[in-house]
Design a protein around this ligand. Structure first.
Ligand SMILES: [Zn+2]
Length: 362
């Protein structure tokens, strides 16, 4: 049985953890205070999320079709939906489908983790020495610094994404899904007899991701409420006190690197090709010193070409650049760690691209 997922290997080097606490014990870059200098970036990312393959964020509630019929766009679809006896409903707010901010954050975090030297958290699998979940706020890996850990809120906040915001009545689609199950870490491939999560040396293969394509094996039978292909969700993400490299890594995890365009996998049915989303950053509201010090400063909204330049610049800071001859000659000098050092691991970024890469046509 072919697997509908694959693994992104762990970086050779163990997670790189830093102390985010200042000497007085208070945190240095919390959400509550903005650092008024050019080293740190704070603001809002405005996102459009386009549905590339049907998306359903299961609410866990199964309802009668007749209960959902009133929310459809036209009488024909209402009649049809009313004939469905049971339907798995998706998460909604005021009769509009939403993607909860927490779901979106989790998906972006998992990519951010995979492409940086971050810890392995929320897993039942055996984790290699030194890769365990960050538990101490004085030693946080890149993903935990940005997305949060125990007793640390993180530097980004994802808001709920609303479906089809331009329409008064957005409606929904009904679809079919196969009964799904998640393999356990100790699972064994029935054909090869090999462990699925571990290699021959019993070392974990890496982080699990679902590609966009799949082979249908089981006939889908469960009715679900889903968002329609081609329609969009909109939302925004607040960020506070990110280094340029952290902001660039976040933008790469959101699929914005032109060299590594990624689609995100959100919600139910990831194993059967569902939930592929393309993200476009349509605007950035960048808070800056001028805005704080002067009431009549011009808007710092970035759109169009300015936005693209800003995004590319941040992404460049996140990736290690090829070494120049001068840089190679300086190898023997002591390395000064800068807060803005590139975070991205190029090997893992390539592996993620192989799984989640999106072409312009998809
Ligand atoms: Zn961590």
């Amino acid at each position: 049985m072919p697997r509908n997922y694959d693994f992104v290997s762990l970086p050779q080097q163990k997670p790189e953890r830093v102390n985010i606490q200042a000497k007085d014990g208070k945190d240095k870059f919390g959400h509550d205070k903005y650092q008024l200098n050019t080293q740190r970036f704070s603001g809002k990312l405005f996102l459009d999320l386009t549905v590339v393959s049907p998306l359903a964020v299961n609410s866990g509630i199964t309802v009668m079709g007749s209960d959902l019929a009133q929310q459809t766009l036209d009488p024909t679809s209402a009649k049809y939906v009313a004939t469905i006896s049971l339907i798995q409903s998706s998460v909604q707010q005021n009769q509009r489908l939403i993607i909860p901010g927490s779901s979106l954050k989790g998906v972006v975090r998992s990519i951010y983790e995979a492409i940086t030297r971050s810890c392995l958290c929320k897993t039942n699998a055996k984790v290699p020495d030194g890769y365990g979940e960050c538990k101490d706020i004085s030693q946080l890996c890149p993903a935990c610094v940005t997305f949060g850990a125990m007793s640390w809120l993180g530097l980004v906040h994802f808001h709920d994404a609303k479906y089809d915001p331009d329409n008064d009545k957005p409606g929904f689609q009904t679809g079919l899904i196969t009964p799904l199950f998640s393999p356990k870490p100790e699972a064994v491939d029935l054909e090869t007899g090999e462990k699925i999560y571990y290699d021959k040396n019993n070392k974990i293969r890496g982080r699990k991701f679902y590609p966009h394509s799949y082979q249908e094996e089981v006939k889908p039978t469960i009715r679900i409420q889903q968002a329609e292909t081609g329609k969009k969700f909109t939302t925004y993400v607040n960020y506070a006190n990110l280094t340029k490299s952290q902001l660039g890594t976040l933008l790469i995890a959101l699929g914005q690197d032109p060299e590594n365009q990624l689609g995100l996998k959100i919600g139910s049915g990831k194993a059967v090709g569902m939930g592929t989303m393309r993200i476009d950053v349509v605007k950035i509201e960048q808070l800056n010193i001028n805005r704080y010090l002067s009431y009549n400063s011009n808007s710092s909204d970035l759109e169009g070409n300015k936005l693209q330049t800003f995004i590319l610049d941040a992404i460049k800071s996140a990736k290690p650049q090829p070494q120049t001859t001068t840089a190679k000659n300086q190898l023997n000098k002591p390395v000064v760690k800068s807060a803005n050092q590139p975070l991205v691991q190029l090997k893992q970024l390539q592996e993620i691209k192989a799984l989640l890469g999106l072409t312009k046509n998809s």
